[in-house]
Design a protein around this ligand. Structure first.
Ligand SMILES: [Zn+2]
Ligand SMILES: [Zn+2]
Length: 147
């Protein structure tokens, strides 16, 4: 019972703004809030990094937006403009780095190799992770993604 009370408190902290007063819309958004709070508790238990509920919700939203843009690349309708060349970024957000996806090595056309972003590595590489867009040697993928 205590868990349920705590859950309701968490859900009430950042309630969804509901202009629509229809009962089934309310029920839907309530369960969406409950699901997010559940996920937040699981995330805290995983010991990745401490984050308050508001930041967690923002982070989930960002991850969902990114997931959409990654999925449509290549698979969706062919676009008139050629795909942009991927460039390495220095840091991948945890919500991309530690979730499953297309974490595969991709050889970039960069002139100079970049420093591998795995903390345990000091080599330079022309490979990047397709999903995280950070420079990584193929041998450092498992370590970098926490596997
Ligand atoms: Zn990755
Ligand atoms: Zn490396």
């Amino acid at each position: 019972m205590g868990g349920v009370d705590l859950m309701d408190q968490c859900v009430a902290m950042y309630p969804h703004r509901r202009k629509n007063k229809r009962w089934y819309t309310k029920v839907f958004f309530h369960f969406l809030d409950v699901t997010t709070v559940n996920a937040w508790h699981l995330y805290k238990m995983s010991g990745l990094e401490q984050m308050d509920l508001l930041h967690f919700k923002a982070s989930v939203a960002r991850a969902l937006i990114n997931a959409g843009s990654i999925k449509t690349r290549g698979r969706g309708r062919p676009s008139a403009t050629p795909p942009r060349k991927r460039r390495a970024v220095s840091k991948a957000p945890a919500e991309i780095r530690f979730v499953s996806g297309n974490h595969w090595p991709q050889l970039t056309e960069a002139k100079n190799a970049n420093r591998c972003q795995d903390a345990a590595c000091t080599r330079k590489t022309k490979y990047i992770c397709m999903q995280c867009c950070v420079a990584l040697c193929p041998g450092c993928f498992a370590n970098y993604h926490g596997r």
